[in-house]
Design a protein around this ligand. Structure first.
Ligand SMILES: Nc1nc2c(ncn2[C@@H]2O[C@H](COP(=O)(O)OP(=O)(O)OP(=O)(O)O)[C@@H](O)[C@H]2O)c(=O)[nH]1
Ligand SMILES: [Mg+2]
Ligand SMILES: [Zn+2]
Length: 285
């Protein structure tokens, strides 16, 4: 139900909540995992094994892997006009979701900030055309647009700090009491209010997982060939460049570069694709 680095909260089938550690101090458990525990004391246990997962979302740089959540059916990437969201981080999160076999969607929050939200919505049309569903709402006013989408699914909320993920959880579940940050917007930067992933059951078959704000989304675990395939506008062009090992930079006869030419949003996305192919040795997952 919740992961705090090496400590976990596990709810037993009959409802009892346990504080747990992982046997051997391993860090291979994610929020959303189904596990076997051995009781070690009143309200305490140790996680002995992890059941097979149907999905696993994680990010990675050259040295570290960080598990985001296990067994989720869909990822809701939350963006907002304020603080401004990173388009590149959005792209990387969508790539990671597609690569993990999890359905990605975009939630544009804070539509009450009308002018800025309208501009954000306009630039997100690019993603809508690529087939990513876009839900627009104001968690402060009305989150009902999300309810039908959450039915019978395990959903993960991800995104930068300050986008309003926890506010959205509280709007959907008035008893959730997720901590939110009400003072950080002055600097146009979020402040990492949520520090751990937590699963909130909505009903018998639906749950939503809140997660800490992301600044980076390393995809070191994916080969550059794999990441290319998840740029939906370019995937159909792969293999059509003149050179088989084209890096889509300055090579003549590059099919991707030709397709992106004179279209600023495509050019930007091509830059993100190229950035992902450059083996990155700086630790910043
Ligand atoms: N105007 C407006 N502000 C909102 C809305 N939703 C959230 N906020 C504000 O945005 C700020 C950040 O909200 P949080 O819910 O803490 O953001 P978060 O995404 O959970 O951030 P982290 O936990 O740090 O990742 C708070 O000041 C919220 O009150 C909204 O719909 N409209
Ligand atoms: Mg939060
Ligand atoms: Zn090329």
């Amino acid at each position: 139900m919740a992961s705090f680095g090496r400590r976990f909260e596990v709810t037993l089938q009959e409802g009892t909540a346990l504080k747990c550690v992982r046997r051997g101090k391993r860090t291979d458990v994610a929020c959303g995992d189904k596990v076997d525990v051995a009781l070690t004391g009143p309200g305490e246990g140790v996680i002995e094994s992890i059941h097979e997962r149907h999905t696993l979302l994680y990010r990675a740089d050259a040295w570290h892997e960080k598990l985001l959540a296990a067994n989720v059916d869909q990822v809701l990437v939350v963006v907002a006009p304020e603080p401004s969201y990173s388009d590149e981080l959005l792209t990387r999160t969508l790539v990671a979701a597609d690569a993990a076999g999890v359905t990605p969607m975009i939630v544009l929050n804070k539509t009450d900030l009308a002018d800025a939200a309208a501009r954000a919505k306009e630039s997100l049309q690019y993603y809508v055309e690529l087939g990513y569903p876009l839900i627009t709402l104001s968690a402060k006013q009305n989150s009902d647009a999300l309810r039908p989408i959450l039915q019978n699914k395990i959903s993960l909320l991800v995104g930068q700090s300050g986008m309003g993920k926890s506010t959205l959880i509280n709007a959907l579940l008035p008893d959730a009491g997720a901590r939110t940050n009400d003072i950080s917007t002055a600097l146009d930067s979020g402040r990492h209010t949520t520090t751990n992933a937590r699963c909130y059951p909505l009903n018998e078959r639906s749950a939503i997982i809140d997660s800490p704000g992301l600044q980076e989304f390393g995809l070191h675990h994916l080969s550059s060939n794999a990441t290319e395939g998840y740029f939906r506008e370019f995937s159909g062009l792969l293999g059509q460049c003149r050179f088989q090992d084209c890096r889509h930079q300055n090579e003549p006869g590059c099919a991707l570069k030709a397709f992106a030419a004179n279209n600023p949003q495509r050019e930007t996305r091509l830059r993100y694709l190229i950035a992902l192919q450059q083996v990155d040795r700086t630790p910043h997952y």
